[in-house]
Design a protein around this ligand. Sequence first.
Ligand SMILES: *[C@@H]1O[C@H](CO)[C@@H](O)[C@H](O)[C@H]1NC(C)=O
Ligand SMILES: *[C@@H]1O[C@H](CO)[C@@H](O)[C@H](O)[C@H]1NC(C)=O
Ligand SMILES: *[C@@H]1O[C@H](CO)[C@@H](O)[C@H](O)[C@H]1NC(C)=O
Ligand SMILES: *[C@@H]1O[C@H](CO)[C@@H](O)[C@H](O)[C@H]1NC(C)=O
Ligand SMILES: *[C@@H]1O[C@H](CO)[C@@H](O)[C@H](O)[C@H]1NC(C)=O
Ligand SMILES: *[C@@H]1O[C@H](CO)[C@@H](O)[C@H](O)[C@H]1NC(C)=O
Ligand SMILES: *[C@@H]1O[C@H](CO)[C@@H](O)[C@H](O)[C@H]1NC(C)=O
Ligand SMILES: *[C@@H]1O[C@H](CO)[C@@H](O)[C@H](O)[C@H]1NC(C)=O
Ligand SMILES: *[C@@H]1O[C@H](CO)[C@@H](O)[C@H](O)[C@H]1NC(C)=O
Ligand SMILES: *[C@@H]1O[C@H](CO)[C@@H](O)[C@H](O)[C@H]1NC(C)=O
Ligand SMILES: *[C@@H]1O[C@H](CO)[C@@H](O)[C@H](O)[C@H]1NC(C)=O
Ligand SMILES: *[C@@H]1O[C@H](CO)[C@@H](O)[C@H](O)[C@H]1NC(C)=O
Length: 406
Amino acid sequence: MIIYRRLGLLIDHIGPVDMKKHYFYLFPLAVLVLLHHLMMTGCTAMKRLSLGTDQSALLALKAHITSGQQEFLPKNWSSAAAASSVCDWIGVQCSSRHQRVTALNISNMGLTGTIPPDLGNLSFLVSLDLRNNSFHGNLPEELSRLCRLRFVRLTTNNFTGEIPMWFGHFPELQFLFLDGNGFSGFIPSSISNLSRVEKLDLSDNFLEGNIPEKIGNLSALKLLTFYRNYLAGQIPLSLCKISQLQSLDLSSNRFSGHIPKEIGNLEKLTYLSLVTNNFTGVIPREIGKLHGLKVLVLGRNNLTGTIPREIGNLQNLQGLNLEWNQITGSIPKEIGNLTMLTGLYFANNSLAGTIPPEMGNLYQLENLQLPYNGLIGSIPHGIFNLSALRRIALSSNLHYKNFGLQ
Ligand SMILES: *[C@@H]1O[C@H](CO)[C@@H](O)[C@H](O)[C@H]1NC(C)=O
Ligand SMILES: *[C@@H]1O[C@H](CO)[C@@H](O)[C@H](O)[C@H]1NC(C)=O
Ligand SMILES: *[C@@H]1O[C@H](CO)[C@@H](O)[C@H](O)[C@H]1NC(C)=O
Ligand SMILES: *[C@@H]1O[C@H](CO)[C@@H](O)[C@H](O)[C@H]1NC(C)=O
Ligand SMILES: *[C@@H]1O[C@H](CO)[C@@H](O)[C@H](O)[C@H]1NC(C)=O
Ligand SMILES: *[C@@H]1O[C@H](CO)[C@@H](O)[C@H](O)[C@H]1NC(C)=O
Ligand SMILES: *[C@@H]1O[C@H](CO)[C@@H](O)[C@H](O)[C@H]1NC(C)=O
Ligand SMILES: *[C@@H]1O[C@H](CO)[C@@H](O)[C@H](O)[C@H]1NC(C)=O
Ligand SMILES: *[C@@H]1O[C@H](CO)[C@@H](O)[C@H](O)[C@H]1NC(C)=O
Ligand SMILES: *[C@@H]1O[C@H](CO)[C@@H](O)[C@H](O)[C@H]1NC(C)=O
Ligand SMILES: *[C@@H]1O[C@H](CO)[C@@H](O)[C@H](O)[C@H]1NC(C)=O
Ligand SMILES: *[C@@H]1O[C@H](CO)[C@@H](O)[C@H](O)[C@H]1NC(C)=O
């Protein structure tokens, strides 16, 4: 298998055009590799397509754009200028080797329209960027033929329908941004086939159901962002095995259950947001193993128990938000170790006891939000010495001497 895979890459690299030349000696292997490749990926890139096909595909796209072309696409994307190649069109890039379209970038052009099936003929396409337009409708199944895709960004459009299962068929895909559209239904489990994917952003859609358990197969994943959907269920434990993960955002969904203690295995995390869900139970002390964490946002859940003192190990933390939970106990003095902290948001919990004087060490602190708790005592003097501090809120606590601050 490994040798086929490697050869597969080689043949891909040579490509359909040059393959003619090499055919005679590669033939027996090529057939095997091709069969294997087809079985593995459903890749049909070996069809004899040409730059002419690419041109018709782009003209079909142009014909499906109903508004927003201003003057330039009609003039620029035109076969009329005989000398001009499709490779010189705005937003189009070709490989110098095969003279086939490898990148299409028509982001930020204010275009409204749909995607024609013909786009699936751009069989050398590696990068597709349609960000920030008003494309709508479903993604045609013919796009599943674009098996060389490494970069897909459909961010901020109006695409609807389910996220097609065939996204799982792009063996090279490293970046998939579908955020800010109208995608609905479940996350297809085929997505777990994307063993090279590094960034996966499905935020701001209408997705429901659970995160597929097989998400743990995405071992190259560095960024996973699902915020603002209707996803539910628990965090799959397999997700805590993605050791490369640096940024995890599950905020504003309907996730429930406990925050798994295995989350402490994600030692490369710098950003973790679970805000606005229905997580219950305690904050696992294993969170203190996430030494690289800069932002930790667990607010607006139903978390109970105390703030684990291990949180003081997160020496790189800049933002800590636990607001709107049912957290009890006192603020651990170890918080005073978080000297990079600029914002601390603990409002609306059931915190008791006094503010630890160690918080006077938080020299970077700009915003301290502690209202709606059961804190007592007085503000430690050290806090008045914090020159960066611009906002402090302590209202609605028990017997707090607030020195005229609100
Ligand atoms: C299309 O626009 C590109 C970039 O502005 C330019 O280089 C090219 O000559 C234009 N082609 C035509 C046919 O207008
Ligand atoms: C597409 O073009 C925009 C500028 O209009 C650029 O910011 C973006 O990085 C490009 N996308 C890719 C994939 O190169
Ligand atoms: C989106 O595209 C429009 C042009 O259609 C542009 O004015 C706007 O700045 C773009 N927005 C972003 C966030 O790039
Ligand atoms: C391109 O794709 C369309 C739709 O999928 C198809 O009808 C057409 O025959 C294709 N063109 C070529 C030249 O292959
Ligand atoms: C999507 O469509 C809605 C109306 O159906 C419109 O208000 C919105 O601006 C559109 N968004 C984009 C990014 O085109
Ligand atoms: C992709 O995932 C689906 C569903 O999980 C599976 O049936 C299929 O065999 C996978 N395909 C490949 C190429 O791994
Ligand atoms: C996913 O990972 C499991 C083990 O965790 C493995 O058995 C399975 O074959 C993997 N699936 C794919 C499509 O890589
Ligand atoms: C949390 O659960 C409650 C009760 O089941 C429900 O009313 C509420 O909408 C849920 N909140 C979120 C953010 O899912
Ligand atoms: C979360 O807490 C809110 C308010 O205390 C409550 O209405 C809701 O039912 C709780 N949800 C769950 C899932 O426990
Ligand atoms: C405090 O949080 C609860 C949910 O836990 C919410 O219903 C309530 O509105 C919040 N109160 C304030 C004053 O923010
Ligand atoms: C953290 O804070 C505690 C109590 O304030 C202190 O004893 C400990 O030495 C600190 N640890 C580090 C690594 O600074
Ligand atoms: C606050 O600063 C003043 C002078 O800058 C210093 O004398 C005092 O000891 C400091 N207080 C605390 C509690 O750090």
